[in-house]
Design a protein around this ligand. Structure first.
Ligand SMILES: Cc1ncc(COP(=O)(O)O)c(C=O)c1O
Length: 389
């Protein structure tokens, strides 16, 4: 429901981006300079800011989180004959990226309290072909990363974290993305830090960092900036063009400058909504376990059963409040069932949770009336409509 200018006509959209004059000023500066809209100094500046924020040695920006996952698998030489343990309760590109490189996604189940991969389920999936585990940090909160790391260490596997949704959150005092061998972030439109589209990889490995830079840009050794270097370039392997533009990176710098403020605003709104709707026994509000910081990239509630969830969603839609199901299991999508043969896999927690979750609207500058409208609509549903049906 967008008008021709791309403006949402929902009464309450699922998300709205927090933006200010700094965003405009930084972009305008690059547009006005009339040069270096690609490969400008903003790229390196944004990468430095991300690695400092997360606490890793290296960062490479890319044009999406999906390219970041793809590049990560290529950089580690993952391909045919390898199996990668992934969640089915995730966005489809977590699994698709494994297929891009010819490897096989091996779906494991999730734990109920983090919605991240369950270490117990992971252990049942490891076999001689397993090369890496790819846990996902759901909706702005870490998975059980320390326990998963123990498993990767003791089984000599790579830990590649899909932190697409969770830049800025932390677990036991460490920022999400700082613990794995490599982590990826997405800056797609609905993320807490967004540049419209974009992605990044963080790692402490110099070697992997160098390989990803080659994969990102045509396999070219860019010792100096390509468009300002008259001498011949060296192309030493097959590479892609997965670079981020200078304008996008500038927006990233400016959004990162205010990321902590944006997170605080999200947390305040989430806490308020939780405080108002947690009284309904049919609703489980998001509750971070001790030591986990939730930044609420998504505000996802869990309903008692599928019918209640679907009825509530219909009720909210009637009121023009946008809500969405994140996620339906990947192994039960048409593509995976028909082409990859995943229909017989049993992941009981994933299958049950995906029938109960509903992501509600949440954004930094959600005003009191908007919050009230959402909360009151949910109350009406449970206090009248639901009971009368
Ligand atoms: C868990 C997860 N992985 C990967 C991606 C892919 O990121 P992008 O949309 O930037 O390609 C997303 C984002 O949409 C995501 O939520």
């Amino acid at each position: 429901m967008n008008n021709k200018d791309g403006i949402s006509s929902w009464k309450i959209p699922l998300y709205k981006i927090y933006t200010d004059d700094e965003d405009l000023n930084l972009i305008t500066k690059i547009v006005r300079r009339g040069n270096n809209w690609a490969m400008g100094p903003e790229i390196q500046e944004f990468e430095n800011a991300i690695k400092n924020y997360v606490g890793t040695d290296y960062c490479v920006t890319l044009n999406s989180g999906t390219s970041a996952l793809h590049a990560a698998f290529l950089a580690y030489g993952i391909g045919q004959g390898h199996e990668i343990i992934v969640p089915s309760f995730s966005f489809i590109s977590t699994a698709n990226s494994v297929l891009f490189v010819g490897a096989k996604p091996n779906f494991a189940d999730i734990e109920e309290h983090t919605y991240g991969l369950d270490p117990k389920s992971i252990l049942t999936k490891i076999n001689p072909l397993t090369k890496a585990i790819v846990p996902m940090d759901y909706g702005g909160m870490s998975c059980n990363i320390f326990e998963i790391q123990e498993i990767t260490k003791s089984n000599n596997l790579l830990l590649i974290e899909d932190a697409a949704e969770s830049l800025g959150s932390s677990v036991k005092g460490r920022k999400v993305g700082a613990i794995a061998d490599l982590a990826i972030f997405s800056f797609c439109g609905n993320k807490v830090l967004t540049t419209g589209e974009g992605g990044a990889i963080v790692t402490n490995s110099k070697e992997i960092h160098e390989r990803i830079k080659l994969i990102r840009s045509h396999g070219r050794v860019d010792k100096t900036e390509y468009f300002n270097n008259p001498s011949e370039s060296q192309y030493i392997e097959l590479g892609y063009n997965w670079r981020m533009s200078s304008i996008t990176a500038a927006l990233g710098i400016s959004q990162l400058n205010k990321l902590d403020k944006i997170i605080r605003m999200r947390q305040e709104n989430a806490n308020y909504i939780s405080s108002r709707i947690s009284k309904y026994s049919q609703i489980k509000v998001p509750t971070p376990p001790s030591g986990y910081e939730h930044i609420y990239q998504m505000y996802t509630i869990q309903l008692s059963d599928k019918k209640t969830r679907d009825d509530l969603q219909k009720y909210l839609l009637k009121k023009r409040i946008f809500s969405k199901i994140y996620f339906n299991p990947i192994h039960l999508t048409e593509f995976y069932m028909e082409k990859i043969g995943t229909s017989k896999i049993s992941l009981p927690v994933t299958e049950r949770i995906s029938q109960q979750v509903l992501t509600l609207p949440l954004y930094p500058n959600m005003n009191s009336e908007e919050k009230e409208f959402v909360v009151e609509s949910i109350s009406e549903f449970f206090e009248s409509e639901f009971l009368n049906n």
